[in-house]
Design a protein around this ligand. Structure first.
Ligand code: M6R
Length: 624
């Protein structure tokens, strides 16, 4: 999604801005631009479709765009195709204001009509240019008052960073439902959509909230509420390692992050397991008194985070016996949203809406903590009185801040669009949490599971060492047009994740099925040479999986089986077998997912795809 950075300082702004935009490239984009207020007070803009390098060449790395305050943007198209004209920043018709925007202005058509009636014309197809002209139309010489007036008329989501003609020392910003932080630097101050853009300049940040308007100069960052009262913000110290944003010798961030998983899982679990295998989740507030009344747990997320939820459902139901529903946040928010019919006062049974109440625990899973649908679902369940617990990677992100409790994964910054180390870290937390809840409820602890969890980092290390086996399979199937992934029980979410990894970066049509579903339709797609990857790690389901494998093999499929060491009968059933080391059966996703990540990665490389910047995708999906 769009990336934003703004700078006001003592140095030339454009080089800082281009450097910041480079650190946001991982989010996915189709065009980039920069704007400054020149020393003469005029607004100067350069923007272009394509990679940031095009903009760098055009501006000689920013040297041609002179001014000490400026704004920059990488655009992920929503309104209007990727083009030079639709790229941000956008300038108002009379040249009074220029801005960059992340999000969607839902009522832009109505606002455009009002502006057109007042003589404004538009160059681009974007909703953003409408906001630039709104600022121009209502500008009264006072930027803060003008911004306040305009945002009251906007509907939708936005992070806006704005510069005004004649104001050579300040930039302004505001957010609603999309992220924005301010960075306190030594030679100037910043705002950005993402901590990653700023960590090389400063560790001191302000986490900005919806409707807070900031005025940023070289000396200070002033934050105002919607009534323009000055607010005192606490400094938030970011402890990210700048190296996490470097490839450190790897060809791609995704490969680096696959290899970082032993460290990521170790960091995530080590301080949470005590000497006697007690589980230490100190900062969460789930005690017996609360848990004994929990009737249902919902787990919500999007993409890979949702698949973690599916795996967690198996773990929690098995260890705690509490019914768990897993839902895509994008669906759930409307299932239980305000449009759910209100309960008929004469009806004495349970209403659909009342299924979420104070005895509902809602677990939200998100790497970024900024996924728009997950945030909306979180806010919705809070309205119904549910208790919320999030599993989040980015410290201080919106989901982390707005949940009642948060457990941070300690994966470090994940740059590649295709999630890997965040997913295994989330799985580790989910399994720890299942065990934690079970023990709080008075069940005997499964100490073998915790012993096995402690061994997972070194077992992943082993799997990373044997990646050339998977690389050779990926090369062999590099021309496959379609692939099927199968699993039963807790292997099913792993199959889902394997299919997503392959499709998102290699563009192979990959589908995952619960293997029992095959005969209900999908098996008709199997023909000679179709690639099937079967995950078969669950002892009680192994024979059933082997039967399903026979069914696809006898219709011509080529089958790669991922199974546990010792399951040598797989050699007869499949064409290729990949063994994972023995672990507790609940924990197998932490190991079986590794070869699938490797398969996705090496398939993309074999096909010549841009692994870290897959087409049409963004790292953090901050619009609906
Ligand atoms: O930041 P989040 O975990 O909330 O993101 C959720 C999904 O957008 C994300 O997992 C996505 O599916 C990845 N591309 C998967 O590799």
């Amino acid at each position: 999604m769009c990336g934003i950075i703004g700078y006001a300082g003592k140095n030339q702004a454009a080089p800082f801005i281009l450097d910041g935009l480079a650190r946001l490239e991982y989010r996915g984009y189709d065009s980039a631009g920069v704007a400054v207020v020149g020393p003469d007070g005029n607004l100067k803009i350069e923007k272009s479709k394509g990679r940031l390098q095009v903009l760098r060449n055009k501006t000689e790395d920013g040297k041609l765009v002179k001014g000490c305050v400026g704004i920059g943007h990488t655009r992920w198209a929503t309104h209007g195709e990727p083009s030079d004209i639709n790229a941000h920043p956008h300038i108002s018709m009379n040249g009074k204001a220029a801005l960059v925007h992340n999000g969607i202005i839902e009522n832009y058509i109505d606002l455009k009509k009002i502006l057109s009636e007042n003589g404004y014309t538009f160059k681009s197809d974007t909703d953003t240019e409408v906001v630039a002209n709104m600022l121009d139309f209502y500008y009264n010489g006072n930027p803060l008052e003008t911004i306040r007036k305009v945002i009251k008329m906007l509907r939708g989501s936005y992070t806006l960073v704005i510069i005004f003609e004649g104001i050579t020392d300040k930039i302004y910003s505001v957010r609603k439902n999309t992220p924005l932080i301010a960075g306190l630097g030594e030679t100037g101050n910043f705002v950005a959509s993402d901590i990653a853009a700023l960590v090389s300049h400063t560790q001191n940040m302000y986490l900005l909230e919806d409707d807070e308007i900031t005025e940023v100069s070289a000396e200070k960052v002033s934050v105002y509420d919607i009534d323009l009262n000055l607010i005192k913000k606490e400094i938030f110290k970011v402890d990210w390692d700048v190296k996490s944003a470097e490839k450190e010798g790897y060809d791609h961030f995704m490969l680096k992050e696959i290899h970082e998983q032993p460290r990521a899982v170790r960091d995530t679990i080590s301080s949470r397991i005590g000497e006697s295998n007690e589980i230490i989740l100190d900062n969460i507030n789930l005690d017996y008194e609360y848990l004994k009344n929990v009737e249902r747990i919902y787990i919500l997320g999007c993409g890979s985070a949702y698949y973690v939820g599916v795996a967690a459902k198996y773990a929690i139901e098995k260890s705690c016996g509490i019914p768990v529903e897993v839902d895509l946040a994008s669906e759930f928010r409307y299932r239980f949203g305000e449009n759910t019919r209100k309960m008929n006062p004469n009806f004495k049974g349970a209403s659909r809406g009342s299924r979420i109440n104070k005895n509902t625990l809602v677990i939200l899973i998100s790497q970024s903590g900024e996924t728009a649908d997950t945030i909306a679902a979180l806010r919705e369940v809070k309205k119904h009185g549910a208790r919320t617990l999030s599993i989040v990677n980015v410290v201080g992100s919106t989901i982390a801040r707005e949940s009642d409790d948060v457990i941070y994964t300690r994966a470090g910054q994940e740059v590649a669009v295709a999630s890997t180390k965040a997913l295994t870290s989330q799985l580790s937390v989910a399994f720890l949490l299942a065990e934690y809840i079970a023990r709080k409820l008075g069940f005997a602890g499964d100490f073998a599971l915790i012993d096995a969890l402690k061994k997972i980092p070194e077992q992943i290390e082993e799997l990373n060492k044997s990646e050339n086996k998977i690389e050779s399979y990926a090369k062999e199937f590099k021309s496959a047009k379609v692939a099927f992934f199968l699993g039963r029980g807790i292997d099913y979410p792993v199959a889902l994740e394997g299919a997503l990894k392959l499709k998102e970066i290699s563009y192979v049509h990959a589908e995952a099925y619960a293997a029992g579903e095959l005969k209900h339709g999908p098996i008709s797609l199997i023909e000679d040479g179709t690639l099937v990857i079967a995950v078969a790690t669950q002892d009680d389901l192994y024979e059933k999986m082997i039967s399903n494998i026979q069914e696809v093999k006898s219709r011509g499929a080529r089958v790669l089986i991922i199974t546990n060491e010792g399951n040598t009968s797989a050699e007869e059933a499949g064409d290729m077998v990949y063994y994972i080391p023995k672990t507790h059966e609940i924990l197998t996703p932490l190991l079986s997912v590794i070869p699938l990540q490797q398969f996705g990665y090496y398939s993309a490389v074999a096909r010549g795809c841009d692994v870290d910047k897959p087409r049409n995708l963004a790292k953090s999906v901050v619009v609906e």
